[in-house]
Design a protein around this ligand. Structure first.
Ligand SMILES: NC(=O)c1ccc[n+]([C@@H]2O[C@H](COP(=O)([O-])OP(=O)(O)OC[C@H]3O[C@@H](n4cnc5c(N)ncnc54)[C@H](OP(=O)(O)O)[C@@H]3O)[C@@H](O)[C@H]2O)c1
Length: 92
């Protein structure tokens, strides 16, 4: 699991409960999915050391509820970054 912020105590406990229930091992990392460099670091230092990757769920989102026509350039790129740049960075 990757997000930019450190996980809250509640998230840590939820993940631990899931691990106990399912037997899965979950790694929680801090990285920006829209950063090619950070995703390359995750790929080289984390994913490459795990069993073969079966798939990736890209659920990152930055929410700014506004019509696209009302977004300023900075806000537009904040919203688009995790979805579009994030998708590209995961496929490189
Ligand atoms: N909630 C809904 O009603 C709903 C409906 C339809 C679809 N969805 C989709 O479901 C997904 C999850 O929604 P949610 O409601 O769970 O959203 P959420 O609670 O806002 O979670 C979004 C997560 O994305 C992370 N994130 C944002 N930018 C990132 C980046 N650049 N790199 C890495 N992580 C990043 C955030 O953590 P950090 O800020 O710490 O990075 C946060 O943990 C989204 O893709 C959303 O479009 C949600």
């Amino acid at each position: 699991m990757v997000a930019r912020s450190p996980p809250s105590q509640m998230k840590i406990e939820e993940v631990a409960a899931l691990e106990n229930e399912t037997g899965a091992k979950v790694k929680i990392l801090q990285a920006d999915v829209s950063s090619y460099e950070q995703m390359r670091f995750v790929q080289t230092n984390v994913l490459a050391k795990l069993p073969n990757l079966a798939g990736i769920v890209l659920a990152a989102m930055v929410l700014h509820d506004q019509l696209v026509t009302q977004l300023d350039r900075e806000t537009y790129f904040k919203v688009i970054a995790p979805k579009v740049t994030g998708k590209i960075s995961l496929t490189l």
